[in-house]
Design a binder for this molecule. Structure first.
Ligand code: SF4
Length: 261
């Protein structure tokens, strides 16, 4: 993809004094990183979103610690191990009858960013790891677009077992599994949560609203900032929504770089 300066000056600043060109370049890099080869809008179109946007500072985001380097596991690790032990060979809902593997979650136990999706799919059920299929690969690229490696975040789902034929999780299943998600969040205490898709957002925010109306705004869950956005599996079917996810990821990057909270 080639950048188009149009009739805008190279150093034009938006209302916040930031370079529009720098913002546009970051967005083009994001599109490239998630595999898009065409622009989702005409080249001459003025992008009003960037007029109020802030540039992403990758420096602060890089302060998210990588998995612990020493031989002493952190307390968060110990606590997650206890929660996993408590979950055991869980039979608390009917998904236990059809699942192959409980997909508890994985990643950096001291992560500043926690990613919460809907539930395991086929690949996850086989491997016992969250977000390892095509949607997971897209999630990895989306994270990289804001300078985060997968190992720097903690990834889990609202339900830990795959629903048959990947159907939507049912309310009784979500309620049965929710206490464990809550304990995982309490153990990690991330700075920011990204809720992927309708079910994750509705569960955390205790609302019936759809993801289309929830995304683009920030919410609080036990004083942790929550940013809902589209699920990567939805993005694979609706690539035109990648632009909105980019806006959400920029908000997340700003929240991670923020000293407060
Ligand atoms: S989805 Fe959660 S509550 Fe249901 S069986 Fe699996 S681990 Fe247990």
């Amino acid at each position: 993809m080639k950048e188009d300066r149009g009739d805008q000056g190279e150093n034009e600043m938006n209302s916040n004094g930031h370079s529009i060109r720098a913002d546009l370049k970051a967005y083009l890099n994001y599109l490239k990183s998630i595999g898009m080869t065409e622009l989702p809008f005409p080249l001459k179109q003025r992008d009003t979103h960037y007029e109020t946007g802030h540039p992403i500072s990758s420096q602060r985001i890089h302060e998210s610690p990588l998995p612990y380097p020493s031989s002493t596991p952190p307390l968060e690790y110990e606590r997650l191990q206890e929660i996993r032990k408590e979950l055991g060979n869980c039979q608390r809902c009917k998904l236990s009858q059809t699942r192959r593997t409980i997909v508890f979650g994985e990643g950096n136990e001291q992560a500043q960013l926690m990613i919460i999706g809907e539930g395991p799919g086929f690949d996850e059920d086989v491997q016992g790891r969250p977000f390892v299929g095509k949607a997971g690969q897209l999630l990895t690229r989306i994270l990289q677009s804001i300078h985060l490696q997968r190992e720097m975040v903690y990834i889990t789902n609202i339900i830990k077992c795959r629903p048959p034929q990947n159907r939507n999780p049912q309310p009784d299943e979500i309620e049965a599994c929710y206490p464990f998600l809550r304990k995982q969040i309490e153990a990690i205490r991330p700075k920011v949560i990204c809720a992927l898709g309708t079910f994750a957002a509705q569960t955390l925010l205790r609302t019936d609203a759809k993801i289309t109306s929830l995304r683009g705004k920030v919410y609080l869950f036990s004083n942790i900032r929550v940013f809902p956005t589209y699920h990567p599996a939805y993005l694979l079917r609706n690539p035109d929504k990648k632009r909105e996810v980019w806006e959400d990821m920029k908000q997340i990057a700003r929240a991670l770089a923020d000293d407060e909270g």
